[in-house]
Design a protein around this ligand. Sequence first.
Ligand code: 6GU
Length: 228
Amino acid sequence: MRFDIVTLFPAIFDGYLTQGLLDKAIRNELVQIKRHDLRDWARDNPHRQVDDRPFGGGPGMLLQVEPTVNCVEAIEAMDDRPARRILLTPQGKRLDQPTAEDLADSPRVLLLCGRYEGFDQRVVDILEPEELSIGDFVLNGGEVAAMVVIDAVVRLLPGVLGDENSSREDSFSRGNRLLEFPQYTRPRTFRGHEVPEVLLSGDHGRIAAWRADQVRLRTEQRRGDLLR
Ligand code: 6GU
């Protein structure tokens, strides 16, 4: 699978893409992640400016339509596989696990990261991207949201997690709309807090029943909406 990220700040992704599971997935060629600096598509101007003030007035700056459309078209031509176009914006549909599972089935995903007050509306009218948000709050730009999308999708790709940490039973996935049960490791006692006796019993039937109870209890207490 291939991701293309369009951003004014490609370096934001440096640390994130070179650590842990992401780094490993990239080195194992399970995923390709290409970053593209929108300024490389600026019309000829000394500061490679790609933003301008909104017609009609108002605060902030908008990312311009011409460099953005040119950039997306050039990136798409770099690879034959069809790309899902995603624009990260608080205006978008809320990202959820089924959407991440859907994206994981796509050979190619293009992520457009807005900054400032966002893009000229004609970017949306011309490119017709899917618009995604990661929640009802406002970030300074789409980059962190793009990392969230990549993180949620990459862990679903075959070979990224070992069998021992399969993602198929993750909370919120199509196969599981419940929260996880609590887990414990050594030591058995810490500052008077004990590991539940049942987990030390060796009785796999009782352990499974306890865990199933915990899943139901937690989901009822914290996320009753998931049960309805
Ligand atoms: Cl996708 N972008 C920005 N700028 N803010 C957000 C968001 C995205 N999702 C939630 N807040």
